[in-house]
Ligand binder design. Structure first.
Ligand code: PGA
Length: 240
């Protein structure tokens, strides 16, 4: 919930100026914009090589849910991705794994790809429950999917204690969870699908730590929050 439309658009323009085409041939870049920004962003991103995503959708198809946004509405923009279960949605809006599984299905009904977020709180880590928590989040949130559908899902590990706090999980702490996630995915969908699934890390990624994180074996990219509000920092992370 940052930037009004004017400032958001100015930020987008700066990102478009700074992220170069040769970088886009090496990695995929997606901008997850607030709902209010989506249509304007879609016009600007068209043909840029950068994809557009929304930050949430409702779990029901349509109906009397005043103030909510459906996957169908997002398809009419159109967006290519929807972020599902960001830790702040789980934390502040009470979104459960079951609800998130429904949201993924809604996205698929509209041919929109999902980025499914998971990750433990500080309390869960300190009480040594972090492996069990992330396993349950993956198993329950992705439970309805076929192998073919899983190929349209990106997952993102977000340790809640490292989001917007300036604290980053060490590359080793992140790798350990990413490796665990890949093992769980292999058990659910088979080795081939698990190996092909992109597992992103989100939690205070900055230009100064991006390379180290992205060099870890099971870290396939980043979900960037605060640093994405600075076009220069964001473009440096894309380079990393
Ligand atoms: P942050 O946010 O980079 O500001 O920690 C990450 C996220 O929202 O996933």
């Amino acid at each position: 919930m940052n930037t009004d439309l004017t400032n958001g658009y100015a930020l987008l323009k700066d990102v478009l100026d700074l992220v170069r085409e040769d970088e886009l041939s090496k990695c995929e870049v997606i901008i997850f914009a607030p709902f209010v920004h989506l249509k304007v962003f879609q016009n600007s991103l068209n043909g840029s090589g950068i994809a557009l995503g929304a930050q949430n959708c409702h779990q029901e198809k349509s109906g009397a849910y005043t103030g909510e946004i459906s996957a169908e509405m997002l398809a009419s923009i159109p967006v290519e991705y929807i972020l599902i279960g960001h830790s702040e949605r789980r934390q502040f809006c009470g979104e459960t794994n079951e609800m998130l599984a429904q949201k993924i299905n809604r996205a698929f009904e509209e041919n929109i790809k999902a980025v499914y977020c998971f990750g433990e709180t500080l309390e869960e880590r300190e009480s040594n429950h972090h492996f069990a928590i992330v396993e349950a989040q993956l198993r329950e949130g992705l439970s309805n999917l076929t192998k073919e559908q899983m190929a349209m899902v990106v997952v993102a590990y977000e340790p809640v204690w490292a989001i917007g706090t300036g604290k980053t999980a060490s590359a080793e702490q992140a790798q350990e969870i990413h490796a665990k996630a890949r093992t769980v995915l292999a058990d659910m969908f088979g080795e081939v699908t698990a190996a092909a699934t992109r597992i992103l890390y989100g939690g205070s990624v900055k230009p100064s730590n991006a390379t180290e994180l992205f060099n870890m074996q099971d870290i396939d990219g980043g979900l960037i929050g605060g640093a994405a509000l600075d076009a220069t920092a964001f473009s440096e992370i894309v380079k990393a």
